[in-house]
Write a protein that binds this ligand. Structure first.
Ligand SMILES: [Zn+2]
Length: 389
């Protein structure tokens, strides 16, 4: 076969699938998609997880949905628990071999599903026996159920069984599958927006908010830098959550205990609260691999430059990390912020490699930059550039 016959045979035909998809998407079931997303948001809010399943192209779509939830869709944020029941080939073949393919998903829903979870079944026909059986077990166990369906599936069994049927208006498998992809993105976008609507500024403690004392643990020694209270108030007014993230390896080294850290943070919080600038959260890492005090002398996921404290706080406070900032005075702060997916400001004379998004002379300059970039105070792009690294 040569190229010219291929080109000549189907100039119009090549646009057929796109035209069908366009027609189907013109009637995209936005209301049902919103209902499905709301069901999943409520599931995550009560600590549940999402299970998804399908056959063939729909198996791939189930994995696609799970990928966006566990990884990320459009926002850096805490991961969301989700599992694709068609992804573990050993389990799938074992269960199919022992109990028949019709039970391949139902058996897994029985094993993994808990009341409050959501099962998403994806079926262009609306009639796949293994999907139907999975839904029946899910209902028995108290899971909520969503069906990704096509026009043919509307009147079939799945359409009548699931709590929220989302029907894409096409009869052919290919066009329905194109709609299912858009549905996955719609659901993930709505779920992220609902669960991660806050923005935060993560704040290093020693050398950023307060004067650095060598392994400081004396509440009477706390000295706030100039401009900190005013800066925190401005950030709060711009809608930022304020979260302290501090390495306190003095605990692992045996210089002071966690109660001393708590006394420090209690005093700091009271000093800020006096001005209405109390922090929304305080995280610290008591660990260090070279410490000598059990159980703190360990490697951990929270000591900066690791992003663990930022991720933990992001989960607690529903934070969109892509819209957030880390402000600190050393390279480890910058790296932790970058690894968490936030933008970074380095305050003071230290350097960092790779460099921060911005270098600020002092805390007030850091705050000014954040507010200008996020459009909360008037300022031009030129102004931002002139403060740049
Ligand atoms: Zn730690």
């Amino acid at each position: 076969m040569n190229g010219s016959s291929g080109n000549g045979a189907a100039p119009g035909r090549a646009g057929d699938w796109a035209n069908r998809a366009r027609g189907m998407l013109a009637g995209f079931p936005a209301g049902a998609a919103k209902e499905a997303a709301a069901l999943i948001v409520a599931c995550y809010e009560r600590g549940g997880k999402v299970l998804a399943c399908g056959n063939g192209g729909s198996a791939a779509e189930a994995q696609h949905l799970v990928t966006e939830l566990v990884g990320k869709f459009e926002r850096d944020r805490a991961p969301l628990p989700a599992l694709a029941l068609d992804a573990n080939s050993a389990v799938l073949t074992a269960v199919a071999n022992d109990y028949g393919y019709d039970n391949a998903f139902a058996h897994q829903v029985d094993a993994l599903g808990e009341a409050g979870d959501v099962l998403v079944t994806i079926s262009t026909s609306g009639d796949s026996e293994n999907a139907v059986r999975a839904v029946l077990v899910a209902k028995e166990k108290g899971l909520a159920t969503v069906g990704y369906l096509g026009e043919k599936g509307r009147g079939r069994r799945l359409g009548g069984l699931v709590d929220v049927p989302v029907v894409l208006g096409a009869r052919d498998t290919a066009t329905v599958q194109a709609g299912h992809l858009v549905l996955t993105h719609t659901i993930c976008g709505l779920v992220e927006e609902a669960l991660f609507l806050n923005k935060a500024v993560f704040l290093d403690r020693d050398g950023t908010l307060i004067v650095n004392r060598h392994y400081g643990s004396d509440p009477d020694g706390i000295e706030l830098f100039d401009g900190v209270v005013e800066g925190l108030l401005e950030l709060r007014a711009a809608g930022y959550k304020l979260v302290l993230v501090s390495n306190q390896s003095g605990v692992a080294r045996g210089y002071f205990d966690e109660a001393a850290v708590a006394r420090m943070h209690d005093r700091l919080q009271r000093m800020l609260d006096r001005h209405g600038a109390a922090l929304d959260g305080m995280e610290y890492c008591p660990h260090h691999p070279e410490g000598d005090t059990s159980p703190y002398a360990v490697e951990c996921a929270c000591r900066k430059p690791a992003p663990g404290m930022l991720r933990r706080a992001a989960r607690k406070h529903g934070v969109n990390l892509s819209a957030s900032w880390m402000v600190g005075d050393i390279e480890a702060d910058v790296e932790a912020g970058r690894r968490a997916g936030a933008r970074t400001v380095l305050v003071g004379p230290e350097t960092a490699q790779p460099p921060p998004d911005y270098r600020a002379e002092d805390f007030a300059a850091a705050v000014r930059h954040i507010l200008v970039v996020s459009g909360d105070v008037p300022g031009s792009a030129e102004n931002v550039a002139s403060f740049g690294p």
